[in-house]
Design a protein around this ligand. Structure first.
Ligand code: NIG
Ligand code: FE
Length: 410
């Protein structure tokens, strides 16, 4: 699609095409052009600049007076393919049960797995596509989606096939992650090793053959999977061409970050419990730390210590964690606002964390995450706002007027 945006009040996140992720003090800078134009040709950003340099072309023109344009949000961590919801557990938590107690009583991930196993692939697709359509309207233009609520060969592959179908049917960038090691299912209660072997020898070869995943993930946590299990899964994933990601340091710091860094995983996600040695381990590495502020909000657990991490020179990305248990919301606008309000990130840091750094965390930085010539024109046109600080300021609301994927208004 070809389209020319004119009179843009401010064009945000304008960068050279080959920009890499931002660390430490770099995150405070958000390059913009005021009174700008943006030219989209064949779904790609072909040019931009100040209005006085705007070309005259006979294509569809959108007057963006009073409005801003920024690259779509990249949500590098979701579980948005799931069956049913868990609002009963939400009420149980209000009434005093902890997230861990609910999981120990057969709720939690195992509850979602049971529902998903009983749901047909068509029904699962239909439930999931609604969530995908909803986040697209909220300004997300790239999303990573995990398996991990199947926990049997059939159900894990069902989830991954649903993700593949979403990839085929929607114009948004989608990456798939195999998270078989999300919890030990009841059938393997006393045989975690057996379960891991089943994932490795039975499921991974099919995933490779059918090209069903880009990444591999594991829940490295006390009571779930150990550091040694994490090493095993990351190595197995690597053999099948899958880059690593880890759910780590959510409730306990047990050394998962160190094993992630040693395996050059793409990202380490959650990080609510960070020791100084964990921050040090991430310095000068290619591994992106990812915070999930709406999970902290919903579970009332600590927020990732973003300030300490960025001030120590680390990069940081932010994502939703959209899932039925710990974060039943895929709203990146809320994530950006919460990062500012609760984690004391500046608006520039939060926008960088939700675009460039998030694109890196899901390996799509060559295609999206910034306004750069040659990148895909997945963009947000805001409502009329005074400054971009209004984006996180207007928490619980959002500033998205229109979204464009590959230059097409959605
Ligand atoms: O990222 N922590 C592990 N997994 C999910 C939540 C799982 C659930 O409660 O369904 C998360 O928060
Ligand atoms: Fe998660």
């Amino acid at each position: 699609m070809d389209v020319l945006f004119v009179n843009i009040k401010e064009l945000l996140q304008v960068r050279a095409r080959d920009v890499n992720f931002l660390s430490g003090a770099q995150m405070k800078e958000l390059p913009t052009i005021k009174d700008a134009f943006l030219l989209v040709e064949n779904g790609l950003i072909s040019d931009y600049g100040i209005m006085s340099d705007c070309p005259t072309v006979a294509i569809k023109t959108v007057d963006a007076a009073g409005k801003m344009i920024l690259p779509s949000w990249c949500d590098s961590h979701t579980h948005l393919v799931y069956a049913g919801n868990r609002e009963n557990e939400f009420v149980d938590r209000i009434n005093g049960l902890s997230y861990a107690e609910i999981a120990d009583n057969g709720g939690g991930i195992l509850n979602s797995a049971k529902k998903l196993q009983e749901t047909t692939e068509t029904d699962l697709y239909n439930q999931s596509k609604k969530r995908l359509e909803e986040i697209i309207q909220l300004g997300t233009g790239a999303v990573e989606i995990k398996s991990g609520y199947g926990l049997t060969k059939d159900a894990e592959l069902k989830m991954l096939r649903v993700i593949k179908k979403l990839k085929e049917n929607y114009p948004i960038e989608i990456k798939a992650t195999f998270l078989g090691a999300h919890a030990v299912p009841a059938e393997f209660k006393n045989d975690k090793e057996g379960y891991l072997q089943m994932l490795i020898t039975d499921i991974l070869p099919t995933i490779e053959k059918e090209n069903l995943a880009d990444f591999i993930d594991i829940f490295c946590e006390t009571g779930y999977f150990s550091v040694a299990d994490t090493q095993l899964i990351l190595e197995a994933g690597k053999k099948h061409g899958l880059l690593g990601k880890i759910h780590v340091n959510q409730f306990n710091a047990i050394g998962g970050i160190q094993v992630g860094v040693a395996n050059t995983v793409l990202s380490v996600d959650h990080l609510e419990e960070m020791r100084d040695e964990d921050i040090q381990a991430l310095k000068n590495t290619q591994t992106m730390p990812v915070a999930l502020p709406s999970c902290s909000y919903f579970l009332s657990i600590p927020y990732t210590p973003a300030r300490a991490m960025i001030d120590a020179g680390l990069p940081l990305a932010i994502a939703t964690d959209y899932n039925p248990g710990s974060t039943p919301s895929g709203n990146m606008n809320f994530v950006v606002a919460t990062a500012c309000i609760k984690m004391k990130m500046t608006p520039e840091e939060a926008i960088n964390a939700a675009t460039i750094n998030a694109a890196y965390a899901m390996n799509v930085l060559d295609k999206v995450g910034s306004i750069s010539r040659g990148k895909i024109a997945n963009i947000i046109l805001t409502k009329e706002i005074n400054s971009y600080n209004f984006i996180p300021y207007s928490f619980g609301n959002h500033c998205v007027d229109k979204v464009y994927l590959r230059g097409n208004e959605i």
